[in-house]
Design a protein around this ligand. Structure first.
Ligand code: NVA
Length: 244
C-alpha cells in the first residue's frame, strides 16, 4: 500500500473489538466506515465469508484455512518468469492437501498447467476445489490428478512444490502430522532427481528445513523460492490496484 501511495493499518485480533466478543458482522460494518478495503488473514474460512457479507468495502483473502489465492498468483507469475509459459508443464505438489494446494489446483487448471498432488491418505485437497479444477481443465486442456507415491508423482515434473506440514492453527496436531508425513512426503534430492533436469523447486514460505524439505533442496540450484517470495509483493500490488 505504501509503494502504491496509500496507507495500511495492521489490526490483530486483539486490536479489534473481536477480541472482546464483538461479532464479525459488526466489526465488518464498523471497519468499512474507516477504510477503503480489508485484507484479511483468518483461521476459519467462514470468517472471511462473513466479513465479505457485512463489509461495504472490498475484502481480500490473505489466507484462510481453506485457500490462499494471492499466493497462487505469485506462484504463477514465478512460473511464467522461469519457464516462459504454462502449456505442457507439469507441477508436482508433495505434502498436505491444504489451503496452498487448494488454490494451486484452481490456478494451475485455469492457466493450463498439469498438476499432480501427492499426499498421505486423509490429507487430500478439498473435494470442491478438485471438482472445480477438473471443470477448469476441460476448458484449458490440462489435467489434475492424485498420486499416492511421491516419487511417481515427481517423475518428469517441471516444478516441484511443497508447503509446511503443520499449518498455522494446527500446532496441537504437530507430532501426529509429522509422523504421518515423514519421511515419505519430504522433498529431498531423490525427489528432485526424479523430476526433469531443469526442474524448479517452489515453497510459499516460511519453510521448516528437515521437515517438508531438506536444506540442500531449498538452498540448492533448483530453488526459486526467493524470487517467488518477491513476487508476492508485485502480484499483491496488482490486486490492490485492480480492486481499489
Ligand atoms: N499452509 C500454510 C501456508 C503458509 C503460507 C499455513 O496455512 O500456515
Amino acid at each position: 500500500m505504501r509503494q502504491l501511495g496509500g496507507y495500511a493499518l495492521y489490526l490483530s485480533w486483539t486490536d479489534l473489538q473481536l477480541g472482546r466478543g464483538e461479532t464479525v458482522a459488526d466489526t465488518a460494518r464498523t471497519i468499512s466506515r474507516y477504510v477503503d478495503g480489508i485484507v484479511a488473514r483468518v483461521n476459519i474460512h467462514h470468517t472471511l465469508i462473513e466479513l465479505a457479507e457485512y463489509a461495504t468495502v472490498p475484502v481480500m483473502n490473505a489466507l484462510s484455512d481453506l485457500d490462499h489465492p494471492l499466493q497462487t498468483l505469485a506462484d504463477l507469475m514465478t512460473i511464467l518468469e522461469k519457464k516462459g509459459g504454462f502449456e505442457g508443464l507439469k507441477l508436482c505438489y508433495i505434502g498436505d492437501g491444504n489451503n496452498v494446494c487448494n488454490s494451486l489446483l484452481i490456478g494451475c487448471s485455469k492457466v493450463g498447467l498439469d498438476m499432480v498432488v501427492s499426499c498421505p491418505e486423509g490429507y487430500e485437497p478439498n473435494p470442491e476445489f478438485l471438482d472445480n479444477a477438473r471443470r477448469n481443465c476441460k476448458a484449458s486442456g490440462s489435467n489434475v490428478k492424485l498420486e499416492r507415491n511421491p516419487r511417481e508423482a515427481a517423475a518428469d515434473a517441471d516444478i516441484i512444490y511443497t508447503d509446511v506440514i503443520v499449518s498455522m492453527g494446527q500446532e496441537s496436531d504437530r507430532e501426529r502430522k509429522l509422523e504421518t508425513f515423514l519421511p515419505e512426503y519430504q522433498v529431498n534430492s531423490e525427489i528432485i532427481e526424479a523430476a526433469k533436469g531443469d526442474v524448479i523447486f517452489m515453497h510459499p514460505l516460511p519453510c521448516r528445513r528437515g521437515e517438508e524439505v531438506t536444506g540442500p533442496v531449498i538452498d540448492g540450484p533448483a530453488s526459486v523460492v526467493w524470487d517467488q517470495a518477491e513476487n508476492r509483493l508485485h502480484t499483491t500490488k496488482a490486486i490492490l490496484t485492480l480492486i481499489l
